[in-house]
Design a protein around this ligand. Structure first.
Ligand code: SF4
Ligand code: SF4
Length: 432
C-alpha cells in the first residue's frame, strides 16, 4: 500500500457527516468578508461604504504576486470596510448588507483554453488552495522548474472533515475537469489523484466519471493514516520522490493541490465564477445536526452553527478547520473564508484537554513525526531558551501536523512549542 514513514491513526470520526449531502446555507443579512483569505499580503479594498455590489464583483485587489483578489458573495450595499478578528489574527473586512436578490457578475466562459489562459483565469477569480493553506493557485501553477507530475490531494486525512469527499461523490465530473485544466496549465495531459483507502465508493464514482468524460487520470490508493494529505507525505506515497528539507514540491517536478481547489478551477474556467463560496463540514459531538454546506464567504461562524441546531450543552471547544491543524476559537464571530474547510464543536471527551505534565522520555513523539524530527528535543530547547538548539533540531521543517502532541502521554503542548521556536528563529534572523 502507498504511504509514508511514521504518522498516526486518530479516530476518523467522519461518519457523523459523511452521508449528509451538500446543501445550500442561505446567506445572512450582513456578510463580513475578510480581505485576508490567503497566504501573503492582504487584498486592497476597491469598494467603499455606500457602494452597491453584486455577487462575484471584485471588492479587494491582490496586493502583489503573493496575494489574491477577493469577491463579494452577495448583492447589496457596502456598509463599511473595517478591521475585525479572523480565525487567526485581524484583517480588514468588507461588510455588505445582503439585499437577498443575489444579482451576480460572471466572466465569459473559456472554451478549450490554453495553459496561460487557464492560469490568468485562476488569478482573475482569486482562487487559492482551499485545503487550508490558501496559497494563490496561479502562482503555484507557474513554477520555475519543469513539472512532470500533478497530484490532486484527495486524502482529506483530517478527522471529521468530509467536504472534499462529498464533492467527489456529488460533483465528480466538475472536479475532474477542474483538475484536468490545472494539469493542462502545467503542460500535462494526465494527472494523479492520491486518495485514502477508506473512500472506495468515491474511487468507483471517479473512475466511472473519468471514463465517461475521457479524462486521463491515475487514482492512487493510499493507506488511511494521518497526515497522508500533507504535501511531502503524499508526494512520497504517490511517486516515491523525497522533497528535501527546505525545498518545495516543484523541486522534484511535482505540484499538489486539493479537491475543492480543482472544483473552483472548473467553475472559474467553464462558468466564469470567482471564488466566493465553498463547501464546508460542520461536525463534532457538540453539533446537533452535522452537515456539509455550501457557504458564502463572510458568513458568521455562529450563523453556520445555528443552522445545525445551535451549540449542544456538551460542547467545550470550537475549532475552525480540522482538529489536528485547525484554529481553536474563543467565540463565534469570525467569518467563513475561502479556506474554511470545517467548523467543529467538540465535547470534553473529544477535545482531550488534559493538563500537561513532565516529559517521560518515551520517544512516542519521535516515532510519530512524519518529518523525522525530534519534537521532544525542540520542546526542551525552547523551554531552556536555546533557540539555536531548536533550529539545529530542525524546528523550521515542522509541518505543524500535530501528530507528536496527539501521541504524547504527558500531553506536552509540542506544536505550540515548535511554533514558538519557529517564531524565535525567524526573529533571530537566520531564517526568513
Ligand atoms: S514535530 Fe511537527 S511535523 Fe513532527 S509530528 Fe510534531 S507537528 Fe508534526
Ligand atoms: S511523547 Fe511526550 S513524553 Fe514522550 S518523549 Fe515525546 S514529549 Fe516526552
Amino acid at each position: 500500500m502507498n504511504t509514508f514513514p511514521h504518522g498516526i491513526h486518530p479516530p476518523a470520526n467522519k461518519e457523523r457527516s459523511a452521508q449528509v449531502p451538500v446543501s445550500e446555507l442561505p446567506a445572512p443579512n450582513i456578510v463580513r468578508i475578510s480581505l485576508s483569505q490567503h497566504l501573503g499580503k492582504e487584498a486592497l479594498p476597491v469598494v467603499a461604504a455606500g457602494d452597491y455590489v453584486k455577487a462575484g464583483q471584485k471588492i479587494g485587489e491582490a496586493d502583489g504576486l503573493i496575494s489574491a483578489a477577493v469577491f463579494s458573495s452577495v448583492s447589496g450595499k457596502v456598509l463599511a470596510v473595517e478591521k475585525r478578528a479572523t480565525v487567526n489574527g485581524h484583517a480588514n473586512h468588507v461588510c455588505i448588507e445582503n439585499d437577498g436578490k443575489y444579482e451576480e457578475i460572471t466572466l465569459p466562459p473559456l472554451k478549450d483554453p490554453k495553459p496561460e489562459e487557464i492560469i490568468s483565469r485562476i488569478a482573475e477569480c482569486g482562487i487559492v488552495g482551499m485545503g487550508g493553506a490558501g496559497f494563490p493557485v496561479a502562482v503555484k501553477l507557474n513554477p520555475r522548474e519543469k513539472i512532470d507530475s500533478f497530484i490532486i490531494n484527495a486524502a482529506e486525512c483530517e478527522p471529521y472533515l468530509t467536504c472534499d469527499y462529498r464533492i467527489m461523490l456529488e460533483y465528480p465530473r466538475e472536479f475532474l475537469l477542474g483538475a484536468q485544466y490545472m494539469a493542462r496549465s502545467l503542460g500535462l495531459s494526465r494527472f494523479y489523484i492520491g486518495i485514502e483507502d477508506n473512500k472506495s465508493d468515491a474511487v468507483e464514482i471517479l473512475e466511472n466519471a473519468a471514463k465517461e468524460a475521457k479524462i486521463d487520470v491515475s487514482i492512487i490508493l493510499c493507506h488511511t493514516k494521518y497526515p497522508q494529505g500533507a504535501e511531502k507525505q503524499l508526494i512520497y506515497a504517490v511517486t516515491k520522490r523525497k522533497v528535501r528539507v527546505g525545498k518545495l514540491p516543484s523541486s522534484v517536478g511535482v505540484i499538489v493541490d486539493n479537491v475543492h481547489t480543482a472544483f473552483s478551477v472548473y467553475a472559474a474556467v467553464e462558468k466564469g465564477v470567482p471564488s466566493y463560496k465553498r463547501v464546508l463540514t460542520v461536525s463534532g459531538g457538540g453539533v446537533k445536526h452535522p452537515a456539509n454546506f455550501w457557504v458564502r464567504t463572510g458568513t458568521d461562524i455562529g450563523e453556520v452553527l445555528n443552522a445545525c441546531g445551535g451549540i449542544d450543552e456538551n460542547a467545550v471547544k470550537l475549532i475552525v478547520g480540522g482538529p489536528m491543524m485547525g484554529f481553536a476559537q474563543s467565540d463565534e464571530n469570525a467569518t467563513v473564508t475561502k479556506t474554511t474547510s470545517g467548523i467543529l464543536l467538540l465535547t470534553a471527551e473529544e477535545a482531550a484537554g488534559e493538563e500537561a505534565s513532565s516529559c517521560i522520555n518515551c520517544a512516542s513523539c519521535v516515532k510519530a513525526c512524519p518529518m523525522r524530527l525530534m519534537p521532544v528535543y525542540i520542546d526542551g530547547c525552547i523551554l531552556s531558551g536555546d533557540v539555536a538548539g531548536a533550529e539545529k533540531y530542525g524546528a523550521m521543517n515542522c509541518i505543524e501536523c500535530g501528530s507528536c502532541a496527539y501521541v504524547c502521554p504527558a500531553h506536552r503542548p509540542l506544536v505550540q512549542s515548535i511554533r514558538l521556536a519557529k517564531k524565535k528563529i525567524r526573529e533571530k534572523g537566520s531564517v526568513k
